[in-house]
Design a protein around this ligand. Structure first.
Ligand code: CTP
Ligand code: MG
Length: 242
């Protein structure tokens, strides 16, 4: 059965904040995590739920990325990305097949997104939402700065951190990118919202965190190490704290 959903995966970023201590820099999407790259993990997280996967990669990494994805469970199209995340998504979107009705856009840098989050996003699209965003409560106390550098606390209970995959009716996403071909929106929902389309929030998950800094990669490595120990029965399973 076809799902009518395509996954667009922007993976053309430079990973500047992650950095790379090795002599030959490896693009962030190809950094390894528990024996598989961030990109392969992100593609695998979505591939069971979609008919088509399109990855945007940097122009000088196309062959490397194609090789990396050759053994994935689904065929993956790799297209040249742009200088910004927004342009990478726009370019990948152009390769989505015509009959596809829905698109989920997922950062290659969120390799541990749980399948429930993907399922919630797609279910909300099928339920009639045009734009769906997984989000989680903010845990830190927050302050906002004014132009004079003075800061005031803001009520974190009114805020949510947004994640991916973000889901869209394809026509709505294509139109939003057509209206704003340039620019540097850090997510697609904010772009579509500018065109006046309401956004539906669904529950995200802490595990869908984005690997941005070296600490994030270390946390992901430790999480996977713990998971594989639990699977092998060497440590007791710990129930997540609510
Ligand atoms: N991305 C992209 N094209 C760009 C910039 C970003 O496809 N020109 C992708 C990244 O590969 C990543 C996602 O958008 O999967 C989220 O971006 P981010 O976490 O900021 O990754 P980078 O831009 O690679 O990292 P940095 O900003 O630290 O350089
Ligand atoms: Mg970036």
């Amino acid at each position: 059965m076809t799902s009518g959903v395509a996954a667009v995966i922007p993976a053309a970023g430079l990973g500047r904040r992650l950095g790379d201590q090795s002599g030959t820099p490896i693009p962030k999407a190809l950094r390894q995590l528990g024996g598989r790259s961030l990109l392969v993990r992100s593609v695998d997280a979505l591939s069971g739920a979609v008919d088509q996967v399109v990855v945007a990669a940097a122009a000088d990494q196309l062959d490397l990325v194609r090789e990396e994805l050759a053994d994935c469970a689904v065929p993956v199209q790799v297209v040249t990305g742009g200088d910004t995340r927004q342009s990478s998504v726009r370019l990948a979107l152009a390769a989505v097949a015509r009959p596809i009705q829905f698109v989920v856009v997922h950062d290659a840098a969120r390799p541990l997104v749980p399948p429930e989050v993907v399922a919630r996003v797609i279910a909300a699209l099928r339920g009639g939402a045009a734009v769906v965003v997984p989000a989680i409560p903010v845990v830190d106390s927050l302050r906002q700065f004014d132009a004079d550098g003075r800061s005031t606390p803001i009520d974190r209970s009114t805020l949510r951190a947004v994640q991916t995959p973000q889901g869209f009716r394809k026509d709505v996403l294509v139109e939003a990118h057509r209206r704003a071909p340039d620019g540097d929106a850090t997510d697609d929902a904010s772009l579509v919202e500018r065109a006046g389309v309401p956004v539906t929030l669904v529950e995200g998950a802490h595990l869908a965190f984005k690997i941005t800094t070296p600490v994030d990669l270390l946390v992901a490595q430790l999480l996977l190490r713990d998971e594989s120990r639990r699977m092998s029965g060497s440590v007791p399973t710990v129930e997540p704290q609510r």
